[in-house]
Design a protein around this ligand. Structure first.
Ligand code: ADP
Ligand code: MG
Length: 483
């Protein structure tokens, strides 16, 4: 079932294209040596270049270019060995130069793809139109003084990647999956931390609606949305607004809008600006950027294993279902944790413990996998204790909870709490005998054909043994005694 919005004239399809701004991980800015650390005191990370002092010249930061190329390679995109920087002119108080150095007609990275995973387990390839490199602007602070606005230029000149998608997305869920996947890929690559709270990743959301089979209609752009949840909400709100306009016989005008997350609505910000409004022209202070093919190849061969490849390997080498594999590779640290636990053990069992008990414990304790109270090594040891019959699977749950609480090693908990599984057949036989003696009526029913009672006997024996009886041995002993 595809996603549609029901209007008074029937169902409408939603068309979405995203322009994502991703802050490049780099110690220094794109064209200056000033630092980029988040949260510094205002205006403590500003060079003369960032402040646009007269006569200052930009010098490109090789690491920022390498990061953008890595990202392009990670998106299976074409790398343009020759690209160019342009000035995008506009006036704003937090833009001291009066222009942003960006790339327009000749971006560093051309067409690529991002494969997204849909809830039904299928995948869909979303086209990436381009990736270009540009400077960030500064920030106006309107809430520090009753009558004045302040300017913080720490962010001015920080390197951004703008990653533009084709209008291939068809629902809020697909847009969310696209952003999550893009973020995962960049985190694997170490090119953007993807931290939306700190503004390292922001999306401009282009939305239009159409009747099935029609050509695209006019779109509106919802600017600067800073969480995946808000992106999804903004799409739905904007699509509904457009459906109502068309259904009423009106016309959607192309414009730039803002999402008001408190009211769940988009509102008009300005009429659509066009490229010619910015008077783009090649920056005369910068030569065209020419890359050495061998340098690009070296970056390519140094790329880490990326999420799609890892997911395929988890399915192939560990025999995991597609769903488990996708969940485990969503974060590099989770994938590493899984591999450490699964090494030499039952992979599906390792996956179940991580996705079930461990994720629940992390949620409950507000921790991440990096600061997990249970290490991969101790979870592995716990699985070994199940495998060698030291404890039952059921008791293991109890041991795991104690591990989360105390941080103790599994064996220490088993010993301290006397949780060792009973495999002594003598002890099991006497527990069985006691249970059967206490339930003579049920034994008679069982022998008379009520075989469902077997489960009851197992439960009683387990209870009598405080859950520590080896389940297989208990079953055998009961079968023997009841035969
Ligand atoms: P502009 O140059 O005006 O910014 P682009 O062609 O670069 O326009 O497109 C910007 C974004 O809008 C891209 O992400 C693209 O996928 C998306 N887009 C283009 N047309 C539509 C449409 N009809 N509906 C939704 N999104 C669209
Ligand atoms: Mg654009």
């Amino acid at each position: 079932m595809s996603y549609t919005i029901e209007g008074s004239t029937g169902p409408w399809e939603v068309v979405i294209g995203l322009e994502v701004h991703a802050q490049i991980i780099s110690k220094a800015k794109l064209f200056s040596g000033a630092a980029t650390a988040f949260g510094a005191e205002p205006n403590t990370q500003v060079s003369f270049v960032d402040g646009a002092f007269p006569g200052m010249l930009p010098v490109i930061n090789r690491e920022c270019v390498a990061q953008a190329v890595r990202t392009g390679l990670g998106l299976n995109a074409h790398i343009n060995l020759v690209s160019r920087f342009d000035r995008k002119n506009y006036f704003y108080a937090d833009l001291p130069a009066g222009y942003q150095i960006s790339q327009y007609q000749h971006p560093l990275v051309g067409a690529g793809t991002i494969e997204i995973e849909l809830p039904d387990g299928s995948t869909k390839a979303i086209g990436v139109t381009r990736l270009h490199v540009e400077q960030d602007a500064g920030k106006s602070l309107h809430d520090q003084h009753p009558t004045k606005s302040y300017i913080d230029l720490n962010r001015a000149g920080v390197a951004l990647m703008e990653i533009v998608s084709e209008p291939d997305l068809r629902s809020p869920e697909e847009a969310g999956a696209y952003l999550r996947k893009l973020r995962t890929v960049m985190r694997y690559l170490g090119t953007c931390d993807g931290n939306m709270d700190e503004g390292s990743l922001r999306a401009d959301v282009n939305v239009s609606v159409r009747k099935h089979g029609e050509a695209f209609r006019t779109r509106c752009e919802v600017k600067n949305v800073n969480s995946i949840r808000f992106v999804m909400q903004a799409i739905e709100a904007e699509a509904k607004r457009q459906v109502a306009v068309w259904d009423d016989g009106g016309t959607v005008e192309q414009e730039t809008r803002l999402f008001d997350s408190a009211r769940g609505l988009t509102r008009s910000m300005r009429s659509k600006e066009h490229a010619h409004d910015y008077r783009y022209f090649p920056d005369p202070d910068l030569l065209p950027l020419v890359l050495d093919e061998a340098w690009v190849d070296a970056l390519r061969s140094a790329l880490p294993e990326l999420p799609d490849a890892k997911r395929a390997r988890f399915m192939r080498d560990y025999g995991l279902p597609a769903y488990d594999s996708a969940v485990l590779v969503a974060e590099q640290a989770t994938a590493d944790f899984f591999e450490a636990v699964a090494q030499g053990r039952e992979a599906k069992q390792a996956a179940n413990w991580i996705m079930g008990d461990l994720f629940a414990a992390l949620n409950r304790t507000g921790r991440s996998i990096e600061t997990s109270p249970v290490s991969a090594a101790s979870l592995g040891t716990l699985l070994d204790l199940i495998a060698d019959n030291t404890i039952s699977g059921r008791i293991a749950k109890e041991v795991f909870e104690a591990m989360v609480e105390t941080g103790d090693a599994p064996m220490a908990i088993v010993e301290a709490r006397g949780l060792r599984q009973v495999t002594d057949t003598g002890a099991i036989d006497s527990a069985v005998a006691a249970v059967l003696a206490a339930n003579a009526d049920k034994v008679a029913d069982y022998r008379g054909g009520k075989e469902k009672l077997f489960g009851f006997f197992v439960g009683q024996v387990m209870k009598a043994m405080a859950g520590k009886g080896n389940p297989a041995l208990v079953n055998e002993a009961l079968k023997r005694a009841l035969a």
